[in-house]
Design a protein around this ligand. Structure first.
Ligand SMILES: [Zn+2]
Length: 353
């Protein structure tokens, strides 16, 4: 069967910006059986129960016989950026979907990796789908982690300097803490965390000497309070890392150790700034475990789990069921059963058939 296009679909790509999946599926136009296999593999990934709590590094395997396919659910907080990457240029499709299976973002080529970045506009659960193109053979590194959207607001400091969080009781229980308190010595520099404009400077009320910066991209306001002094003026453009002023204890902090009260406001409403600034580390690549060609679960407590961790939830005890190894993370195999169930098993409960 031959299909004749009036206008080849690629002609409109610059307007429609089709996903990599859509572009890849064009190669199946004359091969409906292959398309069906590809779509079945996608359905398997879309039903996976694996989760990522904060990050995962995995060695993933794909072959002609067993093309890699897997889904991973991750819960994102507003303020985080989701990052997923696979160390290969064109043999993998890497995407993120909402739980109603709507595509949110797919990967872009960056320095010989496929990298996916997704910025949620609220707290939400999403599903990452990693699917190898058919008829490819490779073993490669795959990682999922989150990163804060902004840099840290106190020069040279990090997570440990945040000592009072969102929601803590204030004013004897009459109000709740709408920011994070970050401690540093008096006169230590507080800095801009992204590109923006100094929208206002005030000396009044609970916050004492305060600087407000408006994020150029989003319009969110960044609030720095209890300063000893500011060194910027209203209307100044600032870049991440520029000093705005110095830590102090003005306003209602006059009897507490010097700190900056840092807040973020979206449409006039305070949001928890912690996910926006909480520093994270990308996981290291994992070494590869021995590949067992014909593997099975090994009997006693042969648990398939949602994550590569003995404290994670059990999906099912697989007893002595045959499994296919599709990857590993540390001492855990990522496996799939004949019925399509996927998850992680400790290497001690996987053996040769
Ligand atoms: Zn505070």
């Amino acid at each position: 069967m031959t299909i004749t296009y009036i206008v080849h679909p690629a002609f409109f790509d610059f307007i429609l910006r089709p996903s990599q999946r859509t572009i890849y599926e064009r190669s199946f136009v004359e091969f409906p059986k292959k398309l069906e296999r590809w779509n079945n593999l996608f359905t398997i990934a879309s039903n996976d129960k694996a989760i990522v709590t904060s990050s995962i590094a995995e060695k993933v395997l794909t072959s002609r016989q067993t093309p890699f396919t897997a889904g991973y659910i991750i819960e994102l907080q507003f303020g985080e950026t989701l990052i997923a990457q696979v160390d290969a240029t064109d043999s993998w499709i890497l995407e993120v979907y909402d739980l109603n299976k709507k595509l949110l973002e797919d990967s872009k080529l960056e320095n010989d990796k496929q990298v996916l970045r997704f910025i949620p506009e609220k707290d939400m659960k999403v599903r990452i789908v990693l699917q190898a193109k058919l008829e490819t053979e490779s073993t490669t590194n795959f990682k999922v982690f989150t990163a804060p959207r902004y840099d840290f607001p106190v020069a040279g400091k990090g997570n440990a300097a945040i000592q009072s969080f969102w929601g803590a009781s204030r004013g004897g229980g009459s109000r709740s803490h709408e920011g994070n308190d970050i401690f540093a010595p008096k006169r230590h520099p507080v800095v801009a965390i992204t590109y923006g404009t100094v929208s206002s400077i005030r000396n009044r009320g609970l916050g004492g000497k305060q600087v407000w910066v408006k994020d150029y991209d989003t319009g969110y306001l960044h609030y720095y309070a209890h300063l000893d002094e500011w060194i910027v003026s209203e209307g100044d453009m600032v870049w991440s890392g520029d000093t705005l002023g110095y830590i102090g204890n003005t306003g209602n902090a006059k009897n507490t150790p010097p700190h900056v009260h840092f807040g973020i406001y979206k449409n006039g409403k305070a949001v928890d700034p912690k996910p926006f600034i909480w520093q994270t580390q990308a996981p290291e690549n994992t070494p590869q475990l021995p590949l067992i060609k014909e593997a099975k679960a090994s009997g006693f407590a042969a648990n398939l789990r949602k994550e590569p961790s003995s404290s994670s939830a059990i999906i099912q005890d697989l007893k002595t069921e045959p499994v296919t190894i599709i990857g590993n993370s540390g001492n855990w195999y990522h496996v799939r059963t004949a019925s399509g169930l996927g998850g992680f098993m400790h290497q001690s409960v996987v053996e040769k058939q």
